[in-house]
Design a protein around this ligand. Structure first.
Ligand SMILES: C[C@H](NC(=O)[C@@H](N)CCCCN)C(=O)O
Length: 448
């Protein structure tokens, strides 16, 4: 997941460079960024859940890592000099001219990569649940997310530097670097499959069969989950919150460049502290949640902090051009991005029956992916619409796009408040510690 998250954001600090080098407009960049989730939205993620439950973590993890490598190599080829001037590029350039041929092929690669990445996300959750059952599962999930966030910090640090390491600067170098890391990730997962097989042997065949049948995906479960009010509240909170985080991450470096009048590298150097804050706090909050609870309150606080930060980027940073205020908003956003994931994902088992859990995670990811696919496209359009005639990628006004992100935060906050109110009435245990076993257990099979 470390290398996957690095690959996801390798181009994020390079928006203005790819615009200069390959002619990708903000709109084209938005389409490319949204492509990561498109196939998942059109059902791949549901299929991925079925494959995972039928074939297990070893097969699905290897498949998902292979898909990531294949997608990465297509994207690498699309942005490389090798692709320039080929018949394929000329043909891709000949239709939907707003989107250059290189952006179209890169988007296709990113779509395939995105299938692998989300499939890996579900597989890793299931593998962690298997390996840490009855142990520190929330802490393990927190650490996994923290490692992935460190990858984002690392890539925001090195991506512009790798691009500048050749003359003229090129997006190919950082993308090639991350593609090589993904190949190492695939090898690492293959090693893990041997360890997992060993664990199965140690657990004994019966226990494994029992664990797997518990989580088997049934199509009828999808109907039960979709009928649950609670599922929709959690899924809406998730899609709204994450749509104001991951898509923002794509545009953040350029937003800082435009607001502060700084270079790509300087902007990335500021923004990279966002995932670091999240990486440092997520495991600690997971540990706190395991012992003290307060999950629903953490979701509300996380949404409030996000709204404050996005409004600061919209109005305060452009007016003051203060690096101190910018750094403070980045760190606070990092705190928000620890509170919500640390509370959200371990809350799902509290409100879903264990039998529904695998499908519930895959369906929440699916709803979330709809937002992650379309919000970057929407933001690209808002940037273009609110900056008529602006062609210099250093001159965009980000007030309106940042207000859009803040509005998503307001909606997420409303769903957080509804969730907490429902928890107060129905006692789902969302404010209770994870390791306390005796809270009143109300799940979707007993929701009515
Ligand atoms: C665990 C959670 N991951 C997700 O929500 C993924 N569905 C989206 C990952 C986006 C990067 N491709 C998280 O990272 O908090």
């Amino acid at each position: 997941m470390l290398f996957a998250y690095m690959f996801v954001d390798v181009m994020s600090p390079l928006q203005s460079l790819i615009q200069k080098q390959r002619g990708w407009s903000p709109d084209a960049f938005g389409y490319y960024a949204g492509a990561e989730y498109i196939l998942n939205v059109f059902g791949f993620l549901i299929l991925a859940g079925i494959i995972l439950d039928k074939m297990g973590v070893r097969f699905t993890g290897t498949l998902s890592a292979s898909l990531m490598v294949a997608g990465a190599l297509i994207k690498l080829y699309a942005i490389s000099e090798l692709f320039q001037g080929t018949a394929l590029e000329l043909w891709l350039n000949s239709w939907w001219t707003e989107m250059p041929g290189s952006a179209k092929l890169a988007a296709l690669g990113f779509m395939i990569f995105g299938c692998g990445c989300e499939m890996a996300g579900i597989t890793v959750s299931k593998a962690l649940a298997k390996w840490f059952e009855g142990k520190e599962m929330a802490l393990a999930m927190g650490l996994e997310m923290a490692i992935a966030r460190i990858g984002v910090f690392f890539i925001f640090t090195i991506s512009p530097r790798l691009a500048d390491s050749v003359v003229p600067a090129s997006v190919v170098v950082p993308v090639a670097f991350c593609s090589a890391l993904l190949c190492i990730g695939l090898l690492a997962y293959i090693v893990f499959t041997f360890m997992d097989a060993k664990l199965d042997r140690e657990m004994g065949a019966n226990k494994v069969a029992e664990a797997e049948s518990d989580e088997e995906f049934k199509l009828s479960d999808v109907g039960s989950i979709f009928k649950s009010k609670l599922f929709w509240i959690i899924a809406m909170l998730c899609v709204l919150y994450y749509s104001a985080i991951f898509p923002f991450q794509r545009y953040a470096a350029n937003m800082l460049q435009c607001n502060l009048g700084i270079s790509e590298t300087q902007a990335s150097d500021i923004f990279r502290w966002f995932p670091v804050g999240a990486a440092a706090l997520t495991p600690l909050l997971g540990y706190y949640l395991d012992r003290k609870g307060k999950g629903a309150s953490m979701l509300i606080l996380g949404a409030i902090l996000m709204i404050v930060c996005h409004l600061t980027f919209a109005f305060v940073v452009p007016a003051t051009k203060s690096e101190l205020i910018t750094y403070s908003a980045i760190v606070v956003l990092g705190i928000s991005f620890s509170l919500v994931p640390a509370a959200l994902w371990p809350s799902v088992p509290k409100i879903m029956d264990k039998r529904f859990l695998g499908s519930a995670y895959s369906l929440i990811f699916w709803v979330q992916n709809i937002g992650l696919a379309f919000v970057p496209i929407l933001i690209g359009k808002v940037i273009t619409w609110s900056n008529p005639g602006v062609t210099d990628p250093m001159q965009y006004d980000y007030t309106l796009p940042m207000c859009c992100f803040a509005s998503l935060g307001v909606l997420a906050l409303i769903f957080g408040i509804i969730l907490k109110a429902m928890n107060t009435v129905h006692h789902y245990g969302l404010e209770d510690p994870n390791i306390k076993e005796d809270f009143e257990d109300v799940r979707i099979d007993g929701e009515a």
